[in-house]
Design a protein around this ligand. Sequence first.
Ligand code: SAH
Ligand code: SF4
Length: 430
Amino acid sequence: MNVHESEKIAGMLSDIGYDAATSAEEADVIVFNTCCIRDTAEKRAYGNIGALKGLKKTNPEKIIAVVGCMTQQKGGAEALAAKFPFVDVILGTNSLDMLPILVQQKRAKTARIVVNEDPTVDVSVDLPIHRTSGTNAWINIMYGCNNFCTYCIVPYVRGRERSRAISEVLADVKQVLSEGYKEITLLGQNVDSYGSDLKDGTNFAALLKEISALPGKFRLRFMTSHPKDFNKEVVDVIASSRNICHNIHLPIQSGSNEILRRMNRKYTVEQYLDIVEYIKAKMPDVGITSDIMIGFPGETEEDFKATCDLVEKVRFSNAFTFVYSPRKGTPAAKMEQIPADVKKSRITRLVKLQNDVTKRLSDDYIGNVYEILIEDVNPKYPGTVCGRTDSGRLVTVNGDPSLIGEFCDVKITKSRSASLFGEIVTKENQ
Ligand code: SAH
Ligand code: SF4
C-alpha cells in the first residue's frame, strides 16, 4: 500500500517537472512517506527526518515534505511540525493531492502546513501514478478498514471501508494491461469485503471473475484477505481461473482463540484451519503466507505455543512476523503489557520455526518445473534475474535483463531457505 502511495507521489512530482534524484544531497524535494503501524516504523521515520536538519540548514531552498499515515494520527501533524520546524510541508493521506501545489507554493516562498483530518475523503484515485514496481502494477480496489482489531491504528488513520466502483477498477486494470504490465496486485486492507458498501450486489469473487476474464496473458494477485471474510466462493473462483495466482496471504495473527478474541479478529483457529483445508484441497500447489504477531497483551507461554503449533500445522510458505507494538488510542495499548525480554525470546523462536518450515517447503520444489514471471535482475548474484512462481516463491536463474517481463518455465535445482534457484527450460513463445 505504501509503495503504491509512493508511486502516486512520484507521479504528481513528475507531472510538475521533477525527476527522481539519487541522493538526499542532490534532491530539490524530499518526501517522507511515513507509516505508523508499529512503533519501530515511526521511530525510524523520526530518525530519518531529524537527520536532514543539517542538510536543510546548508541548503535552505531544499523542500522537505512529510506525508503518510503518521501525520494522520490525532495530533500527529502538530507533533511533527513542532519537532521538525525545518520541514516545509506536512500532509495527511487524504490531502496528498495538494503536494504539487504546496511544493510549487513553497518555491514561491509561501508554503504552509495543511492536513486533512477527514479520513473519508479519497483524493488519491485520480492522481497520476509513476509506477515503480517493474512488471507488477498495484491497483487499489478499496480504502480504509471497518474491523478495529484492538492492536491496530489503521481504522483510525485511514477511515471506514470505501470500495471503488467495479467499472473504475476495470478501467485501471485495462489501462495497465495495455501498458504491458504482466502482473496486477489488487490492494485493500480487507479485500474480501470489497463491494459490501456499494449496495449493488458486487462482491470480491465477482470482481476477480471479471478481471480474470480479460484477454491476454497476465497474473492476478491480491492482498490482504481477512480470515473472517475470505470464503469458499473466492477459493472456487481462484481455483477455476487461468490466471489468479495460487498464493494467498491470510494473516492469522495468533494461534490462540483467547488472544484472537481479545484482538477482536472475529474468527477462531478452527475456522481458520477449516478454510486452509479447503484451499489446499482445491489447490494443492498453493502458497499460503501470513502475518503473525507475538507479545499481544496477556499472551501466555501456552498461547505462544499454540501459535507455534499452528505454524507447523498450516506450513506457511512464508510469514511476516511482528512484535506487538502499543499504538496510542487503540484498546490494546491500555491493556497490561508483557515484558520486552519475553517478547524478544518469543519472536526469536517464532522466526526460527518459520524459517525451518520455509526451508522444508523449499526442498519440495527441487526437481520440478514451474512457470516464473521474470521481474528483475537479482543484484546479489551478477548475471542472474529473478521472478516468482505462481505460488509466490522467489526464484533466481541465470539470464540477462532482456528477460524481464517474460514468462519462463524453470526447473528448480537448489534452495537456500526462502530462495529457490533454477534453470530456464523454455521461454515464452518458444
Ligand atoms: N489489513 C491487514 C493488515 C494490516 S497491517 C490484516 O488485517 O491482516 C499489517 C500487519 O501489521 C498486521 O497483519 C499485523 O500483523 C501487523 N500489525 C498491525 N498493528 C500492529 C501493532 N500494533 N503491533 C505489531 N504489529 C502490528
Ligand atoms: Fe488493522 Fe485489523 Fe483492519 Fe487489518 S483488519 S487493517 S489488522 S484493523
